[in-house]
Design a protein around this ligand. Structure first.
Ligand code: SAM
Length: 214
């Protein structure tokens, strides 16, 4: 069974000086600006070359960003430096990471797709790491992206089990309160690898104040 791309794959993608997904933050994330609070703790999972973590830091949040790729982490630190902000950028595999409970006010997951056997556990750990009432903001490719990849080469995993559907996300985050869940076809313009017409899912979820982790 495919267990997800390793750090070598992502290091190869990030080794060019150009930023693979650009240096601008994801548009769905920036559309949520009214929900963000300066001086709160944010965890950005699979932050790649740091475009989203750095943007959150420019909004005054304290950012902890995690990625598998040492080259991605280096580029995230360089981007933070260029923007005159600080981020805590850690190179780690989230499937073995020491996830803390009730630690973050915000978790951001943008285009982080896991192999089918770990996805639900990863989503549950994202929820667990939030403080009560904390928010998760997620954007990823919808199952319908398989068709758009063929027509527009607009990015994302080619393995159906790694893609999302609204039902999958509802199930994975059934212990949270869904504030927003939409499927949409959008025109991606995020660097070289996310470009063109694409089918995506967007989620904003809030951790319940009485959440009990298993
Ligand atoms: C498609 S890229 C998206 C990068 C970034 N979120 C963005 O939107 O620019 C997916 C990222 O997830 C990271 N990733 C995948 N599996 C991971 C894991 N198990 N632990 C940590 N990072 C992971 C990869 O290294 C890669 O940088």
């Amino acid at each position: 069974m495919f267990t997800g791309h390793n750090s070598k794959f992502w290091d190869e993608r990030y080794q060019e000086s150009e930023y693979a997904y650009g240096i601008e933050p994801n548009q769905f994330l920036t559309s949520q600006i009214n929900r963000l609070k300066p001086n709160t703790q944010a965890l950005v999972v699979g932050d790649g070359e740091g475009r989203n973590g750095v943007w959150l830091a420019t909004q005054g949040l304290n950012v902890h960003t995690i990625d598998l790729s040492p080259i991605g982490i280096g580029k995230a630190q360089a981007l933070a430096h260029k923007n005159q902000v600080k981020i805590n950028a850690e190179c780690a595999d989230l499937t073995n990471w020491n996830w803390l409970e009730n630690e973050y006010d915000l978790v951001v997951s943008i285009y982080l797709h896991f192999a089918a056997d770990v996805r639900q556990r990863m989503h549950q750990l994202m929820l667990k790491s939030l403080k009560p009432n904390g928010l998760l903001i997620l954007e990823g490719f919808n199952l319908g992206q398989l068709q758009y990849q063929q027509e527009y080469d607009s990015g994302g995993p080619k393995i159906p089990e790694m893609l999302f559907t609204p039902d999958i996300l509802r199930q994975d985050f059934s212990d949270g309160k869904i504030l927003e869940l939409t499927e949409t076809v959008t025109d991606l313009s995020e660097g070289r690898y996310h470009n063109g017409k694409a089918s995506v899912i967007r989620l904003v979820m809030q951790k319940a104040p009485n959440f009990k982790s298993v």
